[in-house]
Design a protein around this ligand. Sequence first.
Ligand code: AMP
Length: 635
Amino acid sequence: MTTYREFHRRSIEQPEAFWGEQAKLIDWRQPFSKVLDYSRPPFAKWFVGGVTNLCHNAVDRHLKDRADQSALIFISTETGANRTYTFRELHAEVNRCAAVLREQGIGKGDRILIYMPMIPEAAFAMLACVRLGAIHSVVFGGFAAHSLASRIDDAKPKLMFTADAGMRGGKPIIYQALVADAIRLSRHPPQKVVIVNRGIDQNLKLVAGRDLDYASLRDRHLSAQVPVTWLESSEPSYILYTSGTTGKPKGVQRDTGGHAVALAASMRYIYCGKPGETMFTTSDIGWVVGHSYIVYGPLIYGMASVMYEGLPIRPDPGIWWKIVAEHKVTVMFSSPTAIRVLKKQDPAHLRKYDVSSLRNLFLAGEPLDEPTARWISDALRVPVIDHYWQTETGWAILSSMPGVEATPTKFGSPSFPAYGYNVKLLHEGSGQELGANEKGVVTVEPPLPPGCMTTVWGQDERFVQTYFTSFKDRLTYTTFDWGIRDDDGYYFILGRTDDVINVAGHRLGTREIEEAVSGHPDIAEVAVVGVADQLKGQVPMAFAVVKDATKVATAEGRRVLEKEVFDVVDKALGAIGRPARVHFVTLLPKTRSGKVLRRSIQALAEDRDPGDLTTLDDPTGIEQVRAAIASMRAN
Ligand code: AMP
């Protein structure tokens, strides 16, 4: 058997031979003529000339061998719905949805924005888009109007696919008010909005000429057969927006062939799935983890996928284990925050169910702390695999690869570079390569392997500038994460090098939250930092300067304004961006050149040394931050 080391070495030294073999894991309509075209660094084109289709690979090709096996298992503990679609039924639904979209004039290259709760129609819409060669952009259903509008303006979708409402913790989240606000704020609103009416929003009103009811459209196409639109491997399949240091989210663009091959290979070497088995990824399709491993990864590999709408603790904290037991889940993928939530509950909930079908539990999205890793691996008695990746890469950068070799894991470490990634730790300033036990920036020597982002949607220059110019005279991809490698070659991730924070495994740019807070008319200036939190990893905390200080002179005044700021953020970004606290100050700590000292603010909020303050313009700013934090702790 190959060892991990040999496997990885071959992927780096002979990428064409390596990936040429992996490409056999998917169906090609026409074979590629060249595995890699890297003539325009850092842009990589994989499987040049190969013609394929994601929907064909995820659905149609399985009809031959597994038409009557489960494909999508939908479970909602919010509405009580429970429906399983076989590959045959999934094929029929995707064709109906594709026919609906085609009837609205959607074809190759058109963008569709999918703003949906976790219901099967969301997956049908994704697959229908790729069937037609249209480019979908899924926007997380928890994002509010402003976030939605900025994504609409960037992607310029012809059509939006949405629902009347989502549900969370038993409470409806009415989408239509958010959609209406987003369309009003947008400069390029979609011409059509297709709405899946779940019957949750009793006041749902369709806007004549724009809004269409999905059920009525679908009824007209019950036996539709929509031919697959075959695409050249490098043609875009989707855009997924992610936060960066600027307030403007970046549209991560993914190709078609490379994406399919990368996901198929990861199902084999990382997740150790087998066709016909069931995978349960507890994320949301609006986040890259869910996008890749609720929909495309398992389906491309011929596995059934569980799509779950609901919380991990409702109706009780055993619900996920009940699903594992009932559906004989072999591969499960979740996040450290979710496991920390479960850790606070009675372990009897877990012991009630037979989870012996599970082969491994994978966790990603944020650092996995040792107590959480230990607790869940003791409770489940299966290996817990921490792996590290980003929206940009679409699949793991660092992971153990039990499908190649069962290497021992170390708590706190996502193990080794995945095949295809030439990972290097570089010195932040000099760009020199670092050795064992030296902290540096985690980088990847290009070309990036198949499945990684191919560019920023519509902005090639931004792609190069943002990701490949951090080090002078060295074209290398930066992850914006600090890391360290021990003597045994295990990597440890030590946090971000930029102003991106990670709340419950979800990435947020502090800039975006600052812009949202500044939307309140009383706020003159604000700094948002990510502060360590026991449950969520990090939470945003805001330090705001008000225009009229008398408004926050009393505790009641501060309480009222803080609540108003929360509401403004909820409306702009959604509750996910809401700061844990808003502290009011009259001055922010800044350098003489006017740069806010976010790292010092963060250090104080985490009870650490604020570091070098000699560049401060006025010490009052930092004193006020210190005082605000002290008074919060005292209360
Ligand atoms: P996202 O693009 O939203 O998936 O966020 C990616 C970021 O999450 C990475 O750049 C890391 O900062 C963090 N991250 C993801 N997985 C891990 C992990 N296993 N350990 C530590 N940090 C992680």
